[in-house]
Design a protein around this ligand. Structure first.
Ligand code: M6R
Length: 366
């Protein structure tokens, strides 16, 4: 049932090229310039006139929500707030009929997310669900929605659910950008074409597995790790850190790279591995200077860079290259080596990768 893989997590990491294709199949019609999603099409007015989008989710799904904050603001010019469902529901939040609430959940059963949806509905908001499990409670409780179609995710650590959620959110942001006219036609079309190339690029990245495994063998005994990224890749840094702590039990923190100097830099010494996302388009020069700051304090640097990078290569201890893509789509690629890294470190430490201690696949208690 693991299809020849040692663990479900590895199988699910490797399924991502297909899972992403399944997410956009029938929805993305790149050649005709159409994105077709019944759940959005049927309520297009509500989306287009939304004063605000509020995202509610937990864990990895919350990280996908954070990526979508950049997508919606950048492509569709809609203000976004991303909320931990558990905080949102107990805060007497301000919600109006002009808000669109998007709930993101792989399982569709997360208790806090479900409660946040009920609250938003009571206040008159339109609630849209992004779930993986068909017919789940959240799918039923929302006004409309779209499934990620990632297929069953068994490993407790979320992998393909995350990348397919981002795929779906990208499609919605592009669709709204087009409908609102905030995105030029030329740009819209080039995004659509590029999206079709993502599964191939993810497949190419999976070929870095051996190299990532080697890097994992060097850092597997670390007690602390830092993950840094900026812009679209700040949430990926958070997700990288979550993945490492949940399956390898190594303490890890994700930070926006520029926040380093406001505290965490004090932690840097020769025992601190720092995983930095430094792709070519997202504030590259700024990230390079962040990397220099780490280097001058003897931190160990593993950088995720864009193919052909020369500058970071000179400073970093190890680099992993990702293929060129639109900045907005880089999270779909930079995530992959992060997942593989956590996986290999956890396996090397003898951890139960698919069923980490103290965790359940879906958190149905509050
Ligand atoms: O099923 P959901 O997406 O609602 O689950 C949310 C979180 O419990 C989940 O993402 C959790 O953080 C994962 N174990 C992370 O890998």
């Amino acid at each position: 049932e693991k299809g020849g893989y040692d663990h479900f997590m590895l199988k699910e990491i490797y399924e991502q090229p297909h899972a992403i294709t399944d997410t956009y199949r029938g929805r993305l019609l790149a050649n005709s310039g159409i994105i077709r999603m019944a759940g959005v099409d049927d309520h297009l007015e509500r989306f287009v006139n939304a004063k605000r989008i509020i995202i509610v989710a937990c864990g990895t799904s919350w990280h996908a929500g954070l990526v979508s904050e950049y997508l919606f603001e950048d492509l569709a010019r809609i203000p976004v707030e991303v909320e931990y469902a558990s905080e949102f529901r107990y805060r007497n939040p301000i919600i109006t009929e002009n808000d669109v609430v998007i709930a993101i959940s792989q399982s569709g059963e997360t208790a806090d997310t479900l409660a946040a949806i009920k609250l938003a509905k009571e206040k008159g908001a339109f609630v849209f669900g992004i779930c993986n499990v068909v017919g789940s409670s959240i799918a039923r409780e929302t006004h409309a929605g779209a499934y990620t179609h990632a297929g069953p995710e068994i490993g407790v650590a979320s992998t393909k659910a995350f990348t397919t959620q981002i795929t779906l959110l990208s499609l919605i942001a592009l669709k709204l950008g087009k409908a609102k006219g905030s995105l030029s036609n030329a740009l819209y079309h080039s995004y659509l074409q590029e999206m079709e190339l993502i599964p191939k690029k993810v497949e190419m990245l999976l070929k870095t597995d051996e190299k990532v495994k080697y890097i994992a063998s060097i850092y597997k005994d670390a007690t602390n790790c830092l993950y840094l990224g900026r812009g679209y890749n700040f949430p990926v840094a958070l997700e990288g850190a979550l993945k490492l702590k949940e399956i390898s039990y190594i303490h890890a923190e994700g930070y926006p790279a520029a926040e380093m100097k406001h505290g965490p830099i004090a932690l840097i010494d020769e025992n601190m591995p720092v995983f930095v996302i430094a792709t070519s388009k997202g504030h590259y020069e700024k990230v390079v200077s962040n990397i220099q700051e780490i280097k001058s304090r003897s931190g160990k640097i593993v950088a995720i860079v864009t193919e052909g990078d020369t500058q970071v290569k000179e400073i970093a201890d190890h680099v992993i290259e990702i293929p060129e893509t639109e900045e907005a789509f880089t999270p779909l690629l930079t995530t992959i080596p992060m997942q593989l890294l956590s996986y290999h470190i956890a396996v090397m430490r003898g951890c139960n990768v698919d069923q980490p201690r103290n965790l359940a696949k879906s958190v149905t208690v509050e």
